[in-house]
Design a protein around this ligand. Structure first.
Ligand code: GLA
Length: 330
């Protein structure tokens, strides 16, 4: 089938890369969408710490290798995701073999080894890494999340993670990745931390705005202010995990079929946000969707278990949705 300019990657070829989070399953089951429309991929889970490095002396590369091979064969770029996170990280990194707490230097030594092994193995395919993920607190009175990394290593752990990643691969673009990064309350905290990193000459190159959003918020104006704020610190921006839920976070309604009016709202949301991304294409290098099509999305299980959601650009039958058509008309 000749799709010509009616593909996402062609439509935005002068603006930014178009990415998708994939699994070893979806690179097969969703190939007919991935190959024509996307020129960047991210492993949804396969490069997370506990998946790829479950024990100190055990790496499990098989799944990540399959995805990297797919990217290489298709000439796609790949984002590395993710090194330092409070979830999906094996507890072993923080412990001595006898169960006691490992000293900070040992934790950093292990992190360094982890980064070196991964960055070296996927050097030819990965062009950037999310070095730290979800480090900012959602609480009003604290800046950093009260995570296991903060507890074990102290506030310096973010600086250290970037320094170690830079030592492991000087060429990789290093990102600070965060959710709700367009929400003013969170944006201001992120800016504060990023400015500190820059002042201390920590090698951070980009801001990853995850963008698990919904059809009601955040607004285009909030996005614009956030992109400008991150760019003004001298960082490039990647939209790293975009999906547009049909539900506000507190809305726990269930539907058998996606209501038409919500699909229309979603299309308008995608249209407006991509128009803005395009206006800022000089600072935005990659726009990655968190999944390929609505038949496979984490949002059909979160925040409400077993509640079907339809957050992506292709439907359950892998057909382009109204949102896709709107993007093609931009
Ligand atoms: C966070 C992580 C992602 C993914 C999503 C939810 O944003 O960065 O890797 O786990 O949550 O799927």
């Amino acid at each position: 089938m000749y799709l010509g300019a009616r593909t996402l990657k062609t439509k935005f070829e002068n603006d930014f890369l178009i990415g998708s989070a994939v699994t070893t399953r979806t690179i097969k089951t969703h190939q007919e969408i991935l190959i024509p429309h996307f020129n960047s991929v991210t492993c949804e889970n396969e490069m997370k710490f506990s998946d790829i490095h479950p024990e100190e002396y055990k790496f499990v590369f098989d799944k990540a290798d399959q995805i990297a091979t797919f990217a290489r064969e298709q000439g796609m770029k790949m984002r590395g995701h993710t090194f330092v996170w409070h979830e999906q990280t094996g507890g072993w990194i923080f412990r001595e073999p006898d169960g006691s707490t490992a000293p900070v230097e040992k934790i950093y030594q292990r992190l360094k080894n982890h980064m070196q092994v991964l960055m070296n193995r996927y050097k030819d395919t990965l062009y950037c890494w999310d070095v730290v993920n979800d480090t900012i607190s959602d609480e009003a009175n604290s800046l950093l999340r009260d995570s296991v990394w903060l507890k074990r290593c102290g506030e310096n752990y973010i600086d250290k993670a970037f320094q170690l990643a830079h030592e492991a691969d000087e060429k990789a673009l290093l990102f600070f990745n965060e959710y709700n990064a367009a929400v003013p309350f969170k944006r201001d905290k992120i800016v504060k931390v990023l400015k500190g990193l820059k002042e201390r000459d920590v090698p951070v190159h980009g801001m990853g705005m995850q963008s698990h959003v919904n059809i009601y918020s955040p607004s285009v104006e909030e996005y614009k202010q956030a992109i400008e704020a991150y760019a003004s610190i001298g960082l490039q921006v990647h939209i790293t995990e975009l999906d547009v839920s049909l539900f506000d976070y507190h809305d726990r309604r269930h539907y058998d079929h996606a209501p038409e009016e919500l699909i229309e709202k979603q299309a308008i949301y995608y249209e407006n946000i991509f128009r803005l991304f395009r206006e800022y294409s000089d600072v935005i290098g990659n726009v990655t969707l968190w999944g390929v099509a609505d038949d496979s999305t984490w949002l059909s299980d979160f925040p409400e278990p077993n509640r079907k959601n339809w957050p992506l650009l292709f439907d359950d039958d892998h057909k382009p949705k109204l949102a896709f058509e709107k993007l093609m008309q931009l």
